[in-house]
Design a protein around this ligand. Structure first.
Ligand code: HEM
Length: 201
């Protein structure tokens, strides 16, 4: 009888551990902030009050040419995407975007990401992150045709990019829409895009 009870307790604890792990995993994937586990499961960045998405998230951002600071920024943008707002205008020859956050730490991270990445695009230094969109290949290839103007705002950054080649303009439109989807849905956007491209793409 006692053995049966012990076995039952062990089984229940086992199920609880599995359920808890699933919640931790789901939270790190979805960027969920609320719920009964809020606080306990909400890993926070040591320098900011932002969510980190866990160590897995930062590892996922390692590219063939990325610094730890860039990986951290990417992880924080994904994990806190719901704190960002975005407005995009497709111009006949490019894009105009405004991306902002009321959270000053996230706004600073966003600005650093955009300035750093546009600098990479201008100088042809592809970060080579596994999960990055193939549209970036087109932007890197056509970099000679793309003019960029960036301007910081109180809460974020405004980007105007123009080009003369219709292929460059198309890539700018596509990339701007992809960033919007990442702002709206975080990692889910990347997962779906990768699934629809199939293995190895
Ligand atoms: C795999 C992860 C990512 C990589 C490798 C990446 C890389 C880049 C690169 C190379 C650019 C410059 C593109 C150009 O010059 O036209 C860029 C721009 C930008 N990225 Fe990222 N990025 C990533 C994820 C994100 C995320 C998660 C966000 C925000 C949630 C974000 C927000 C932006 C914004 C706002 C711009 C400026 C262009 C625009 O407003 O459309 N990025 N990124």
């Amino acid at each position: 009888m006692k053995n049966k009870l012990t076995a039952k307790i062990a089984l229940v604890s086992g199920v609880l551990v599995i359920a808890l792990s699933a919640v931790v995993y789901a939270q790190s994937q979805s960027g969920m902030r609320q719920g009964p586990m809020h606080g306990m499961m909400n890993h926070q960045d040591s320098d900011t009050s932002l969510r980190t998405g866990g160590q897995g998230m930062q590892r996922m951002m390692q590219g063939t040419d990325t610094t730890q600071a860039e990986e951290r920024e990417l992880a924080l943008l994904f994990a806190n995407h719901q704190l960002l707002s975005r407005n995009v205008t497709h111009l006949p020859n490019g894009i105009e975007t405004l991306t902002e956050s009321d959270n000053p730490e996230l706004a600073a991270i966003l600005i650093s990401h955009v300035v750093g990445m546009i600098n990479r695009a201008d100088t042809g230094r592809d970060p080579g992150v596994v999960i990055q969109s193939p549209t970036l290949d087109d932007l890197f290839q056509n970099r000679g045709d793309i003019q960029t103007h960036i301007e910081t705002t109180t809460n974020g950054i405004k980007v105007v990019q123009t080009a003369s080649d219709p292929n460059s303009v198309k890539a700018l439109h596509t990339h701007a829409d992809e960033v919007t989807d990442m702002v709206e849905r975080g990692m889910m956007s990347v997962h779906e895009a990768m699934m629809s491209r199939g293995p190895g793409h």
